[in-house]
Design a protein around this ligand. Structure first.
Ligand SMILES: Cc1cc2nc3c(=O)[nH]c(=O)nc-3n(C[C@H](O)[C@H](O)[C@H](O)COP(=O)(O)OP(=O)(O)OC[C@H]3O[C@@H](n4cnc5c(N)ncnc54)[C@H](O)[C@@H]3O)c2cc1C
Length: 487
């Protein structure tokens, strides 16, 4: 049945007081739409739904559902051609620009994984059987046609990384199946690091961490509504709630999507929400034999490239403000930053240009994806460091808060000493506070960690790169060189 495109008001109404159990600062929050820790992020997500629902953006943001006939988010589209990948990018980039690339787990991230799972439903059918493959496809269609926002928690809690799940001090530390019933399964344990879970409708819970024989109970893939009985969402500290004002922390107050540990306290999951269980092969192959990881991280790279463009813009503006912009060494430094961020942009396009299609779906090129992901934990801090070098003390030597401008004497001093040619004091301070929130604040520190780890630790991504690089072609060149005729 056609459901009109969800807008921001629909989104906020649907998550308001819906029974989700969110723990923060010793309290349980029932209404995320009004709580100071979450309301800024909720508003930003609501804005994304408004952009998607705007009839003027219909072609950019949506496609026609083959089931309902209504417009649905383009990130749910199963791409078949390079043009489809480019259309996906158009939608994802538009959303990323609305958050300046500062919200990683917007609804287009996990939607891309589900498009990948469903494109290769055959892998689910082969390894788990047709009923599980059908459940996966039915949930994909429901999420697509009902405009759902799914987040995910697919890494076990860190507790003791030297031991597999079944050898932890208690077998119910990592989320696992503790009971099978006629109507579904019961899960107990925790999983991390569910970014955006507090904002989403459903959480996909599974495991991307390598599992081994004996870990069968932890090898499952299920979706759980964010308000499921027994599901507790423990969020990290809120940077939005700690911020003094939107002027002082313009990014943390709006885009703190939050990260969370989810605890499953005997959560019941009906069969229609179970895509496989006790299945080590599918728990692994869901990521690699389907294009889920490629499509999900194609989204992540489009977002990161957008964020880097924002960083470039802020750094350039900062140099204009401090008057360093015309200096040749500063232009060289900005040029180096621009080169790095253009490489990231180029690698998004390379994923599309080198994409390979089979009879079901086109796969963004893994070689291009993992090349840029593997170096993200080096490129991102390098860019941030370059911006810090150019900033000097400009982001620090600022009025303590917007309140300082209220005193006429202080405001006059700021106009004299914290202003620059062409920039009134308040405007200058606004730019530099934004730069600090992107580069130096607690929100910024979390972002640096996010870009390092959102796709897994870099040693794992480098292993993916190893698996996807054409070493045969490279060593073929060596053989050819060794076999050159003598003269
Ligand atoms: C801000 C943020 C948001 C995130 N959002 C999500 C999300 O929404 N959903 C989700 O599921 N995940 C998310 N993640 C990813 C996530 O849960 C993990 O942080 C990530 O997969 C890395 O695992 P870990 O933190 O357990 O680190 P570990 O696996 O413990 O690794 C930490 C470090 O230990 C070393 N190390 C560990 N094991 C080895 C080894 N075998 N060989 C060599 N070195 C090793 C490496 O230096 C490695 O970098 C997010 C992460 C961050 C930081």
């Amino acid at each position: 049945m056609t459901k009109p495109m969800r807008n921001g008001a629909d989104y906020m109404a649907s998550i308001k007081n819906d029974g989700r159990e969110i723990h923060i600062d010793g309290e349980i929050v029932r209404d995320v739409t009004t709580h100071p820790a979450f309301r800024g992020a909720v508003k930003s997500i609501a804005h994304l739904w408004d952009v998607a629902a705007d009839p003027a953006n219909r072609d950019l943001m949506t496609f026609t559902s083959p089931t309902s006939g209504g417009p649905v988010l383009r990130c749910y589209h199963i791409p078949k051609t390079r043009e489809d990948l480019a259309s996906r990018r158009g939608m994802i980039e538009r959303w990323a620009e609305e958050t300046f690339g500062l919200m990683g787990r917007t609804p287009d991230h996990v939607a891309s994984f589900f498009a990948g799972f469903t494109a290769k439903k055959s892998v689910f059918a082969e390894l788990a059987g047709p009923s599980f493959a059908d459940a996966t496809e039915r949930f994909y269609e429901k999420a697509r046609d009902e405009h759902l926002y799914v987040s995910y928690a697919i890494v076990p809690p860190q507790i003791d990384r030297s031991k597999p799940a079944h050898k932890q001090s208690d077998p119910t530390l990592h989320a696992g199946v503790v009971k099978e019933r006629d109507d579904g399964i019961v899960l107990k344990g925790a999983q991390q690091l569910a970014t955006g879970a507090v904002l989403s409708d459903y959480i996909y819970v599974s495991c991307i961490h390598p599992l081994q024989p004996g870990d069968e109970a932890y090898a499952f893939g299920v979706v759980i509504p964010a308000n499921a009985p027994g599901l507790k969402i423990y969020t990290r500290r809120s940077y939005a709630a700690g911020a003094t004002s939107a002027f002082d922390y313009p990014l943390a107050t709006r885009f703190d999507e939050t990260d969370a540990l989810i605890v499953l306290d005997n959560v019941f999951v009906p069969w229609e929400q179970v895509f496989f269980y006790r299945n080590l092969a599918l728990c692994r192959d869901q990521w690699w034999r389907t294009p889920s990881h490629s499509l999900g991280n194609h989204q992540a790279q489009i977002r990161w490239a957008t964020k880097l463009r924002f960083l470039m813009g802020l750094t350039k503006r900062l140099c204009e403000i401090t008057g360093s912009d015309p200096m040749p060494p500063v232009q060289i430094a900005l040029g180096e930053m621009a080169a790095l961020s253009t490489i990231v942009e180029g690698m998004v396009l390379a994923q599309e240009a080198m994409a390979t299609a089979d009879e079901d779906v086109i796969w963004p090129a893994k070689k291009a994806l993992y090349a840029v992901m593997a170096l993200q934990s080096e490129i991102n801090p390098r860019l941030l460091n370059a911006a810090r070098e150019l900033a000097g003390g400009s982001m620090i030597m600022l009025p303590s808060s917007v309140k300082d401008f209220e005193d006429a004497g202080s405001a006059a001093d700021f106009e004299r000493y914290i202003a620059s040619p062409g920039f009134k004091s308040r405007d200058r301070v606004a730019v530099l506070k934004m730069a600090w929130d992107l580069i130096g604040s607690e929100f910024a520190g979390r972002h640096e960690q996010y870009e390092k780890f959102y796709g897994g630790a870099s040693f794992l991504i480098k292993t993916n790169m190893y698996r996807n690089y054409d070493f045969a072609r490279a060593t073929g060149l060596v053989d050819a060189a060794l076999n050159l005729p003598e003269s």
